[in-house]
Every structure is written in C-alpha cells, then in structure tokens.
Design a protein around this ligand. Structure first.
Ligand SMILES: C[S@@+](CC[C@H](N)C(=O)[O-])C[C@H]1O[C@@H](n2cnc3c(N)ncnc32)[C@H](O)[C@@H]1O
Length: 313
C-alpha cells in the first residue's frame, strides 16, 4: 500500500467515529508498504498489509459471506478484465463505454475514489485527472489483479473461445497511464476506511444493485465526498434481485414501499436532498445511459445498459 494513502485512512470498525489508523511497517520499497499492519488506537484492531494489499475490513472472513464469493472466481475476474481493458488488445466492444465513464469524471480533482472498482479501469482514469486516486473493492482477487496491473503494467488472462478452448489476451498499459498516484485496497463500500469529506471525485458504478444495503452505500459515498467542490459519478443497470438484496432494501423496482417506482428517479431525489438523507444536497449536472458488454465466449456477450448521473455540489 502506497504511503500517500496513510493520512486519509480511518478505522472502518469504529465508524461513525473517525479514528485514524497508524502504520507499523515490516517491509517497504519505494514508498510502497508491502508487509505490515495498520492499527486503531481506540478499538485496538489491526488491519494487515500483505503482499502490498491493505485489508481494510473489520472482519475479513465475514465479508466473504460464507465462502467463495462470486466476485472472487477466476473466470469472473477475466470477464471483468475483458470488460475494462479489451480495447487495449484490439477488441473495441466496450471502447465507447470506457470513454463515456472517463468523460463523465471532472477534468481535475485533488483526490478520487472508485468504490466497488473491480479490476480498476475507472480508477486508472481517475489517476490521470487527480492528485491521487484509490479504488476499493470487497473482492481480494479483484484488488490483487488491479494492483498487479498497476505495478507490472502487463497482464495475461484468458477467456473461453468455444467449449474448452481458451483465448489468451495480453493487456499492456499505455505508457502515459499514471500509476504512481494510484492505489487499490480491500474495503467495504458500506464502511469506507476514509475520513469524511476526503474526496473531490467519487464514483459508484454498477454497485448499487449488488451491495447488501444500497441506501447505506449512498450515505457512505456522501460522507467521504467533499461538502463543496465535489463531483459524484453514479451509474447502475438496476438489476434488482432478491437473491442479492432483500426487496425491502431495493431503491426502486417495487410497486409499494418508500422507494417504489424507478430507481433512477429515487436516487436523483435522494441526491437532491429528499428526506435530508444525503446532505448537503447535490445537483444533478448530467444524466444518460451507457451501454456495455461482458463476454462469456467468442460468440456470446451479455449486454447491459447503465443509467448514469453526474452530481456536483
Ligand atoms: C457489477 S460489479 C461492478 C464493478 C465495476 N464498478 C464496474 O462497473 O465494472 C459490482 C462490484 O461491486 C463490488 N462490491 C459488492 N459489494 C461490495 C461492498 N460491500 N464493498 C465493496 N465492493 C463491493 C463487487 O466486488 C464488484 O466488484
């Protein structure tokens, strides 16, 4: 974990109290802490840093909710690598989507967070436009993959071609992509290990309908965003499913309940101050739809359309 993150970290277990984390370093190379731990003086918890990856979750085993989480599965990682980076090896299916995410970020910000970053594409885009940027995800394998890509700038992966045949791809980061100001950590987007009002740029992309408590996630994204001079990029395909999130916690897609109707309008109202849940209120400056794809084999892709809002305050 790169040292530049240290001043911004707080104990995720102590939230809503914001207690700083102190680093004990066993191994460090060029400002990158590869082995050590972060500790909270108040609750006395320790958060390990292993192989450069900071595990900033209160209970690392509980976060995997009873075994192999689907986002830890190797082929899921490969599908996300394709979705985020395929244009770097000449497959243009998601080029327009990736450009649209990048164009929806503020041109310049001091600090940026992509919560639920998966294998990291938007965090790389943030690093190009920010003083420093961090991507966080609950999946250790996603974070390890994104971190390895940032460190080595090269990554080989494969996906099914047809049946048991596989196609191998190589990602090579363009020389002008910055990584010195970019880090990836394991963290829960419901308990972010960052002090309040840390980020001028924040993003939650395709996470709201996959996180166990969507409203608490928006509340948490609001906490870490600056009160003024902030930009929040939000998007979701709103694929609500009761196998992922109990229906009473959905922020849309129901006929009755506090969040009945369409989620996009509900999220917009919450951002604009409805019920004073998210304060100070945001103004929606842009909205739109971003189509993107996930590949399963060479003749099969799944198509998604994410509804997007850019909110500023
Ligand atoms: C549908 S994927 C979207 C990934 C990426 N933002 C994108 O648009 O390609 C949902 C992501 O949310 C992450 N996620 C789900 N619950 C989370 C939580 N509580 N904290 C952090 N990340 C979470 C998953 O690991 C996964 O990477």
């Amino acid at each position: 974990m790169k040292r530049f993150l240290l001043p911004h970290l707080i104990c995720p277990a102590c939230l809503p109290k914001e207690n700083p984390l102190l680093a004990s370093v066993s191994r460090e190379k060029d400002g990158d802490i590869t082995t050590g731990y972060l500790s909270c003086n108040k609750c006395k918890r320790r958060f390990p840093i292993k192989d450069g990856i900071a595990l900033l979750v209160p209970d690392p085993d509980a976060s995997l909710s009873g075994g192999q989480w689907r986002y830890e599965d190797p082929d899921t990682i490969n599908r996300y690598l394709w979705s985020h980076y395929a244009e770097l090896h000449g497959d243009d299916e998601n080029r327009a989507a990736n450009a649209a995410w990048a164009d929806s970020l503020a041109d310049k910000s001091a600090s940026a967070l992509d919560a639920g970053c998966s294998v990291g594409r938007v965090a790389f885009e943030m690093a190009a436009r920010s003083g420093w940027a961090v991507g966080c995800d609950l999946s250790r394998n996603f974070v390890a993959t994104a971190r390895r890509l940032a460190l080595e700038r090269n990554l080989t992966y494969s996906l099914p071609l047809e049946g048991k045949l596989r196609e191998v791809f190589q990602i090579k980061l363009p020389d002008d992509w910055r990584t010195d100001n970019l880090e990836f950590v394991v963290a829960d987007a419901l308990r972010l290990p960052f002090a309040g009002e840390t980020f001028q740029q924040s993003a939650s992309l395709n996470v709201l309908d996959r996180i166990s408590y969507p409203l608490a996630h928006l509340f948490e994204m609001n906490r870490i965003a600056c009160r003024r001079g902030a930009s929040f990029l939000f998007a979701s395909p709103f694929s609500w499913s009761s196998s992922e999130i109990p229906e009473e916690l959905w922020l849309g897609g129901t006929v009755t309940g506090p969040h009945k109707g369409r989620a996009l309008e509900n999220v917009r109202s919450l951002l604009e101050g409805k019920g004073k849940v998210l304060s100070p209120p945001w103004q929606v400056s842009r909205s739109g739809e971003i189509p993107w794809k996930m590949r399963s084999h060479c003749n099969h892709c799944e198509s998604f359309k994410s509804q997007m809002l850019v909110a500023v305050r």
